[in-house]
Design a protein around this ligand. Structure first.
Ligand SMILES: Cc1cc2nc3c(=O)[nH]c(=O)nc-3n(C[C@H](O)[C@H](O)[C@H](O)COP(=O)(O)OP(=O)(O)OC[C@H]3O[C@@H](n4cnc5c(N)ncnc54)[C@H](O)[C@@H]3O)c2cc1C
Length: 409
């Protein structure tokens, strides 16, 4: 029987990060993965979607290139090549990851692992004795009653990655990060997109002003959406909404959240998506870091990003979480020279403050995914608004929008 200090089940961000951090500290670690290293994030989530998004944005920019004084004719895309590019990107990252895990000293075992008891894991014909077990088995797409995945007409976020060609039209159920990102990718490629959201606004988890701005942007981009709406039934590929409207999309993407996949909790440490908390790759990595090194993290300061044009990013309190003792300050990105140069003027930077302390940041802008970290650094390190003003922000940048906003306080 092989013996290790740590047995980690699941090779996604939670599993591979903890394996590497622990192994680098000299612990003996075995990491079990039943599919491919990198988990959902690398193989079915963060990375493939961003590769598709990038291709779709290049296409969309070229289609509109004339506005920028560039003539491009006969612009087309070959979806099989878009897939090829995505696959190559994922493979390259996976190979680098496999090497990094190996170099850390952790041993990867491919196969489905089963916990036999608190110190024993079975994988294939082999039994592994471990002092500690970490469960990092991830999550899977949530099915909705009446909209069970069939891989052809009703798709999960996994199924949509296997499409060999794009549909002409799609109905997306749910406007969380996954639904919104796919709406943007597909719309860039010219697919007719309709989003159905049961809440009052798109991206119900976001600050209300962010949701409203995205609704406006979706209207401009002719991405149709229904709010306070849900699907009553699907009959012969016709979708009947609760309101009575009927739609006939080529397919449906159900993006209604993800449910943890995890063995019965018998006191094992569960990390990442499997623990059913914040289902983001960087949260999984924070948990792994904490378990392996003791470096703490603040659960209230986990940033959220939704990619596409413009990017959406936020951290901390939202407008709807705050009473009247908080103030919100907003700067439209039209105030920024860089935004005009990039023709990216639809968006804003918003800070929520009280007594000079920053409690929340909400950004709809090009580069929002990076900008949010400036405010996050301040929030994490108790740097108040006055102190942050002392920093020099370069010009012309989007970051100087944060400075401009601070100077209004
Ligand atoms: C379409 C999409 C886009 C996303 N985009 C983003 C994004 O931009 N940013 C972001 O932060 N997050 C994003 N996410 C979420 C992100 O992918 C997850 O939060 C992250 O992958 C969670 O990591 P994890 O290690 O907990 O689980 P996973 O990445 O799901 O890994 C779990 C692993 O465990 C393995 N496993 C399960 N059971 C066993 C077993 N018994 N034996 C062996 N192996 C097993 C699985 O095969 C899998 O590889 C996205 C998700 C999706 C679906």
């Amino acid at each position: 029987m092989k013996e290790f200090e740590y047995g980690i089940i699941g090779g996604g961000p939670a599993g591979y990060s903890s394996a590497m951090y622990l192994a680098k500290q000299g612990h003996s670690v075995v990491l079990f993965e039943k599919d491919k290293l990198g988990g959902t994030c690398l193989n079915r989530g963060c990375i493939p979607t961003k590769s598709f998004l990038h291709s779709s944005e290049i296409y969309s920019e070229l289609v509109n290139a004339q506005e920028y004084g560039i003539t491009a004719e006969n612009i087309k895309f070959d979806f099989s090549k878009v897939i090829e590019k995505k696959d190559k990107t994922v493979e390259k990252i996976r190979r680098a990851l496999e090497l990094a895990v190996k170099n850390s000293g952790a041993i990867t075992v491919y196969g489905e692992a089963k916990i036999i008891d608190s110190n024993l894991i079975q994988c294939g014909d082999e039994t592994y004795k471990t002092e500690k077990i970490l469960v990092a088995t991830g999550a899977k797409p949530r099915e909705i009653k009446g909209l069970e995945f069939d891989g052809e007409f009703i798709l999960s976020s996994d199924d949509i990655l296997s499409l060999k060609e794009l549909p002409k039209s799609i109905l997306i159920v749910g406007s969380g990060a996954i639904g919104i990102e796919w709406a943007r990718i597909l719309s860039n490629f010219g697919v007719e997109v309709v989003v159905v959201e049961m809440a009052e606004h798109l991206i119900p988890i976001a600050d209300i002003e962010v949701s409203k701005r995205i609704e406006r942007i979706f209207k401009q981009k002719k991405i149709k959406y229904y709010l306070n709406e849900s699907i009553d039934k699907v009959e012969n590929k016709t979708v009947i909404l609760k309101s009575g409207d009927s739609l006939t999309p080529d397919c449906i993407l159900v993006a209604a959240g993800r449910i943890p996949v995890c063995p019965e909790n018998n006191g094992y440490e569960i990390i990442g998506d499997a623990c059913g908390e914040i289902q983001l790759a960087h949260y999984a990595i924070q948990q792994a870091k904490y378990i392996a090194t003791g470096i703490p993290y603040n659960k209230a300061l986990i940033p959220s990003i939704i990619y596409g044009t413009p990017e959406i990013a936020w951290v901390g309190l939202r407008e709807q979480d705050c009473d009247t003792t908080f103030t919100s300050k907003i700067l439209p990105v039209t105030a920024l020279g860089k935004a005009w140069c990039d023709d990216a003027i639809d968006g804003f930077i918003k800070l929520i403050v009280k007594d000079n302390k920053i409690y929340g940041a909400h950004i709809v802008s090009k580069e929002a995914s990076s900008l949010i970290h400036i405010v996050l650094t301040a929030m994490q390190n108790n740097i108040n608004a006055d102190k942050l003003k002392e920093q020099c922000f370069a010009h012309p940048t989007y970051a100087e929008g944060i400075f401009d906003l601070l100077m209004q306080m």
